[in-house]
Design a protein around this ligand. Structure first.
Ligand code: HEM
Length: 381
């Protein structure tokens, strides 16, 4: 069965929106049922990311939801303080040191599938890898990995009730571990978070739990989808696969183009901080703004022939990992995991093929681009 990227992501609809107006008022209906503005142009999305003085990340309504108290939902000066605390756990040195364990985990996942000659990429590789990496990093027992999987799916899905319930379940779960680490510190991220201190302040309990939950949302489904999308690219573009096989050092630049082309995070949001004008539209303080990352990354005014996956695109200023003060904290980790997967795949199964007999279906999420399943044949020759 043949498929095309435009069947999966509404590139044509995005193009129309950018042509008509890169800023569009919307009457938005989802589980929150709010009205707001949508930004489709690169310049507008970039502006909303970088001008945190105009576009707030904070929830306008006070909330006891841990995720609403996480770093992603704060503005300066609070954001600076939280970012300094949590950055200590994501230094380049700490991330680089994880390469060996990520590689052996990846090898192990391919080993398990090898005998059958087939792999369902989502459930057998792209999902368990980032979940295990985060779970190990946080320091939670491996027997809880399956619970993590269910939670991280519920957090990005469109089911409002599951979204609420799983936050409660996770709060209880992380509180128990954090309490335990205060008494018995270990060499793990939760211990570092309970101990971390900036300007004489520690993370509050809600902030700590919010951060752990955020890592699951921000770090799992996203990396899963990046990995699966890079399989899509190699399968559908033999010339790209051939170039990478000839020169593995191109894998990191190929991944940057996957970030742009398939944008695992399609959408994020802000709130207008003060009345302002944007492209002739009057935006009022308190109105929600949706940043269409997936559209910005295909904006023809910045990316020449955006519909072409160009391994040699240089520069490639995609906003797939955000921009400005909230730029993805896990960017290096996501890049590392995906690079190790592609290196291992090309080394062991250079002629892998996607099974095109099944249709490719998108997960039900407005925020993320990802697939429900991806069956491949693991061919060496
Ligand atoms: C922030 C994308 C992987 C942790 C962000 C933002 C984007 C993003 C777009 C900015 C959101 C905004 O400003 O509204 C991605 C993608 C990933 C990925 C596409 C993988 C393909 C990860 C990983 C982790 C992580 C592996 C951690 C283990 C975070 C955190 C933030 C963030 C903590 C909030 C930073 C802040 O508010 O200062 N990510 N991410 N992400 N990401 Fe990622």
């Amino acid at each position: 069965m043949d498929w095309n990227v435009t069947d999966l992501i509404p590139l044509e609809a995005y193009r129309e929106k950018r042509k008509n107006s890169p800023v569009e008022p919307v009457y938005y209906e989802d589980h929150v049922g709010v009205t707001g503005w949508r930004l489709f142009g690169y310049e507008e999305v970039k502006l909303a990311f970088t001008r945190h003085d105009l576009f707030s990340s904070q929830n306008p309504e006070p909330s006891e939801d841990p995720i609403e108290s996480s770093i992603l939902r704060t503005d300066p000066p609070k954001h600076r303080q939280l970012r300094m605390l949590v950055s200590k756990a994501f230094t380049p040195k700490i991330i680089e040191a994880m390469e060996t364990s990520i590689r052996s985990l990846t090898e192990e996942l391919f080993d398990r599938a090898e005998a059958s000659g087939q792999m369902e990429v989502m459930s057998e590789l792209a999902s368990p890898l980032p979940i295990s990496v985060i779970a190990r990093m946080l320091g939670v027992p491996s027997e809880d990995f399956n619970r993590f999987k269910v939670w991280s799916e519920d957090l990005v899905g469109n089911n409002g009730e599951r979204f609420q319930n799983c936050q409660q379940e996770m709060s209880v779960y992380f509180k128990t571990i954090a309490d335990e680490r205060r008494l018995h510190p270990q060499d793990d991220l939760i211990t570092r978070l309970v101990q971390a201190q900036v300007d004489d302040e520690k993370l509050t309990e809600l902030e700590l739990i919010g951060f752990c939950i955020l890592l699951l949302v921000a770090g799992n489904e996203t990396t899963t989808n990046l990995i699966a999308s890079s399989f899509l690219c190699l399968d559908s573009m033999p010339e790209v696969r051939a170039e990478l096989l000839a020169d593995r050092s191109l894998i990191p630049v190929a991944l940057e183009e996957v970030f742009r082309y398939y944008s695992p995070v399609q959408l994020t949001y802000r709130t207008v901080k003060q009345d302002m004008e944007l492209n002739g539209h009057q935006l009022r303080a308190g109105e929600p703004v949706f940043l269409h990352i997936g559209s910005a990354n295909h904006d023809e005014s910045v990316f020449e022939q955006p519909e072409v996956f160009n391994l040699h695109r240089n520069p490639n200023p995609h906003v797939g990992l955000g921009s400005g003060i909230h730029y993805c904290l896990g960017a290096q980790l996501a890049r590392l995991e995906a690079r190790v997967v592609l290196e291992t795949l090309l080394e062991r199964f250079p002629n892998f093929k996607i099974d095109h007999s099944a249709p490719l279906e998108r997960i039900e999420s407005n925020m993320m681009f990802g697939l429900k399943g991806l069956q491949v044949v693991l061919a060496r020759d």
